[in-house]
Design a protein. Structure first.
Length: 152
């Protein structure tokens, strides 16, 4: 568990830096075309730097705008523009810890409610407070164990 928590901690730190990038809205025409035209670089000049035709540069710019461009092509284009490609993943929950917490609570709720319903059928219903306590305890347990079922 210590190794996993260290990995999570290290990734969280890296993702915090990437999270700032998430706030930046890409130009509607795409980064490559926006930078190329801002620098006053022609299609031919960029094509020469990548060793492709200007028609191929147009195709790259179109694919970036459509979201179908490969990372390799983005990296090559960035390099030709004297730029560096930066990318990463940012958890929708804000951090890996928050993601794990949410998934553990969802699974814990499912497990506890399944048990609670079985007990109700046997006329051994437990109180709402006890259910909430059981969910909290199971969530902690699942977070510590991090079973693979957490990601199903």
């Amino acid at each position: 568990m210590k190794k996993k928590s260290l990995q999570i901690e290290q990734l969280n730190l890296k993702m915090q830096g990437v999270a700032e990038i998430k706030k930046i809205i890409p130009p509607p025409i795409g980064w490559i075309k926006a930078i190329r035209t801002s620098l006053g670089m022609s299609l031919q000049q960029l094509g020469n730097k990548i060793s492709i035709t200007k028609q191929s540069v147009l195709d790259i710019e179109r694919r970036e705008q459509e979201g179908t461009i490969s990372l390799k092509t983005l990296r090559e284009s960035a390099n030709a523009l004297d730029m560096e490609l930066v990318y990463g993943f940012v958890p929708k929950d804000g951090s890996l810890d928050a993601l794990i917490e949410r998934k553990a609570k969802e699974l814990a709720t499912e497990i506890v409610m399944r048990t609670s319903n079985s007990m109700k059928l046997e006329d051994q219903e437990i109180s709402y407070g006890r259910i909430q306590k059981a969910i909290k305890e199971r969530t902690i347990s699942l977070k510590n164990e991090m079973p693979k079922i957490l990601w199903d």
